[in-house]
Design a binder for this molecule. Structure first.
Ligand SMILES: C[S@@+](CC[C@H](N)C(=O)[O-])C[C@H]1O[C@@H](n2cnc3c(N)ncnc32)[C@H](O)[C@@H]1O
Length: 194
């Protein structure tokens, strides 16, 4: 459907309109309202320059940001070097497995960034990264899928159908959003089936 995006080049040429320089408002609100086991280990795949990952680390959690693009990771390390509980490493979320699965995965603008033909690979890979009973918290772009992307849209039904095999949907809602993303985002909290 699409040619693979060269993410490294997008960062190299500063062609990064998704990067708002701060964590997603929906995540900031969620962190204010919810508590988790303080020992929970968090993974943010497709973390880019690490703004969402930094919000988890500032909330006190041991957090790992992972991305394909080395340039983004190096910017992230520089910007957030004062946070000792935050680490960044290169990796491909679709093809790899961690040595130790995480307690919670936070997704924001990764699912919409990958080729829609690989969405099943994403759904299959997700449980590899997460402990049984672990949480998958996601902000998805909800708009019609067409050939122009990334970002590639999705419908709520598509997302629910794709993840409900291995996950139980605990909640879903419209989050506070960045300017320009009105009516585009929907947030989901899933729990991995045991
Ligand atoms: C649209 S950007 C969003 C970055 C970040 N989440 C943000 O909101 O600023 C998508 C990111 O996903 C990364 N990415 C794409 N495919 C990936 C994969 N298979 N595994 C890990 N990261 C990936 C890209 O390098 C890029 O940084």
């Amino acid at each position: 459907m699409t040619k693979e995006t060269d993410w490294q080049e997008r960062y190299q040429t500063e062609d990064t309109p998704w990067d708002k320089g701060e964590p997603a408002p929906g995540l900031v609100d969620w962190l204010k309202k919810h508590t988790l086991d303080p020992d929970a280990r968090i993974l943010v795949p497709g973390c880019g320059r690490g703004h969402d990952a930094s919000a988890w680390a500032k909330a006190g959690f041991d957090t790992t940001g992972m991305d394909l693009a080395e340039i983004a990771l190096s910017d992230a390390r520089e910007k957030y070097e004062s946070l000792p509980n935050l680490a960044f490493f290169p990796g491909n979320f679709l093809d790899e497995k961690p040595q130790e699965p995480y307690d919670l995965i936070f997704e924001h603008t990764l699912y919409c960034a990958i080729d829609p033909a690989r969405r099943e690979d994403y759904a299959k890979s997700l449980p590899n990264w997460l402990k049984p009973g672990g949480y998958f918290l996601a902000i998805h772009f909800i708009f019609p899928l067409d050939e122009e992307g990334p970002p590639f849209g999705a419908s709520k039904d598509e997302i629910i159908n794709r993840f409900q095999r291995n996950f139980t949907l605990r909640d879903d809602w419209k989050p506070r959003h960045f300017e320009g993303r009105k009516n585009e985002e929907w947030m989901f909290l899933w729990q991995r089936k045991t």
